[in-house]
Design a protein around this ligand. Structure first.
Ligand SMILES: *Cc1c(COP(=O)(O)O)cnc(C)c1O
Length: 377
């Protein structure tokens, strides 16, 4: 609306501009190698990423969704089984469970951290529960101490959905290194993003790793021989090559995201806005920066009208999606997730966001609430 601002929620080309020569060189090397699927470049990336996360193994796959699906398949989870997860997550956490034939069972979130609440997990565990999938939402890890305790008590494996948590930590341990498996996505907007789709599973368990290597490659133990039925979901060597270029920058980029979050925290002291503090012992990679805002939709529109992109993750929790009607949930079942859906707003956040741009975002949020003062009843 005639605004001269243009501040994106996320911008990918600034990073490309910086890395273009290195990216082209890496891609050229793969092109010239003649090996594009399950080649040495993929292997090198898997080893590098495993080392970064602190696990023995990493298995590259074609997307984060398939990382989740394959991790469930590695545990032989399917029809008749239940998998406990959060309703406040990206769609694929849930669809990956449904794809195996198992039934997602939801547990409500914690109102401060937005991640699955351990006590809600306890309440829904049954004899059919075969896995728990906590999601490290917005870059903040779920309460893995409490979740690991519950899982151990019931002898249920934990699969971390770490698609938003590259580099996030809890007591110095990386996301993806605590559960039996950790699932990552390299979708372009993730903290470590490729140039297309990609994903990966981390694990310390040798048997699981072996099974995942089979499952991602038709189940082939040797050419044209299978012992289990797998699918085709492999991380391309071209993507691996570009991810290898970007991996050494990940910590630096996450640090800049933390700086940006710090600035937002300091400058957004407004009664109509709530910003969660990161709990002691946790390090967020600030995949997104989320506030809870009064008059959220009006604020969102106002920012949009003034050239500032914000976004809502997620406007409709999983238990209320049409695709999940068969699960039998209804409105009111998970009030904390439902409330969050109604008031969260993600502000522009990416490492190359400038301090000047942050100031403009802050200025317009202040303006909005100055104009729309809520008069106490
Ligand atoms: C992005 C994302 C996924 C899925 O990753 P894709 O690579 O897009 O398939 C899964 N879970 C969460 C929480 C995500 O944010």
């Amino acid at each position: 609306m005639g605004s001269q601002n243009k501040i994106e929620r996320s911008n990918l080309t600034r990073q490309v501009d910086m890395l273009l020569p290195q990216l082209l060189e890496a891609v050229t090397a793969v092109l010239k190698s003649g090996k594009y699927v399950l080649g040495e470049t993929l292997k090198t990336f898997e080893e590098s990423f495993a080392e970064y996360v602190g696990t023995k193994y990493a298995v590259g796959v074609a997307s984060g969704t398939e990382a989740l699906y394959l991790s469930l398949r590695a545990l032989d989870i399917g029809a008749g089984d239940e998998v406990v997860t959060t309703p406040f997550t990206a769609v694929p956490t849930i669809s990956a469970i449904v794809m195996t034939g198992a039934q997602p069972v939801f547990a409500d979130i914690d109102p401060i951290t937005f991640t699955i609440a351990p006590k809600s997990i306890n309440a829904v565990i049954s004899s059919r529960t075969k896995a728990i999938i906590p999601v490290h939402l917005y870059g903040l890890m779920a309460d893995m101490d409490a979740i690991s305790d519950i899982a151990e008590q019931h002898a249920i494996p934990v699969i971390e959905d770490a698609a938003q948590a590259h580099g996030s930590q809890l007591h110095g341990r990386h996301a993806g290194s605590i559960g039996l498996m950790g699932c990552f996505s390299f979708y372009p907007t993730k903290n470590l993003g490729g140039f297309g789709d990609g994903g990966l599973i981390t694990t310390n368990n040798e048997k699981i790793a072996e099974k995942l290597f089979l499952l991602r490659n038709y189940g082939q133990t040797s050419p044209y021989t299978t012992t289990i039925n797998g699918i085709n979901t492999r991380l391309d060597d071209i993507q691996a090559a570009m991810l290898l270029v970007k991996l050494p920058y990940l910590d630096k980029w996450n640090q800049r995201r933390q700086e940006i979050a710090e600035i937002y925290h300091q400058k957004l002291i407004i009664p109509e806005i709530e910003i969660s503090i990161i709990p002691e012992g946790y390090k967020s990679n600030y995949h997104v920066f989320v506030i809870r805002a009064k008059q959220r939709d009006e604020l969102w529109n106002y920012l949009e009208d003034n050239g500032i992109q914000a976004n809502v993750y997620y406007p409709l929790p999983g238990h209320l999606q049409e695709s999940n009607i068969h699960l039998g949930y209804s409105k009111g079942d998970f009030p904390i997730a439902e409330e969050a859906s109604g008031n969260v707003l993600a502000l522009p956040m990416f490492p190359e966001l400038s301090n000047e741009e942050i100031d403009i975002v802050v200025e317009y949020i202040h303006k909005f609430y100055a104009i729309n003062k809520i008069i106490p009843e």
